[in-house]
Design a protein around this ligand. Sequence first.
Ligand SMILES: Cc1cc2nc3c(=O)[nH]c(=O)nc-3n(C[C@H](O)[C@H](O)[C@H](O)COP(=O)(O)O)c2cc1C
Length: 132
Amino acid sequence: MERIVYISTCRTDPDRDMVQDILRTSRRNNRQDDLTGLLVVGGRRFLQVLEGPTAGIDAAYERIKADPRHFALVELSRRPVAARAFAGWNMGCEQIDGEDMTGLVDRLTEKLGDATLQAQFRSFVALHRTAA
Ligand SMILES: Cc1cc2nc3c(=O)[nH]c(=O)nc-3n(C[C@H](O)[C@H](O)[C@H](O)COP(=O)(O)O)c2cc1C
């Protein structure tokens, strides 16, 4: 099992309908491919964690890269993991706009037990805060 983390930039301000549409498709596909993860939406930035069997990750990431709704995908990490951090979430979602950032990071990182991933979430939130 592997976990991949990437960030990307949305072409437009992602409104509720777009995020719901992404989640609907993601949850359907990810359930089929045994993938779990989390999508964080901060302004125009996406940060996504996907975990599961290598073949499923490869297929999903190819689809995601080809999606014209976002661009400038940067793979932050990809590595084998022993256990899922987001078991049971075919795709969780957090919107960080207008929310208390500290509270959000604490809630997210509580689930992780992975120092590298935790650092990535923290820097994503910090970046978004300074960019806003
Ligand atoms: C930020 C973002 C995250 C996405 N995450 C996933 C995902 O986790 N799984 C997935 O199958 N598709 C995801 N998608 C959607 C894919 O890019 C693609 O539109 C979809 O998988 C096509 O599926 P379909 O051919 O079954 O309609 C994401 C798209 C965006 C913009």
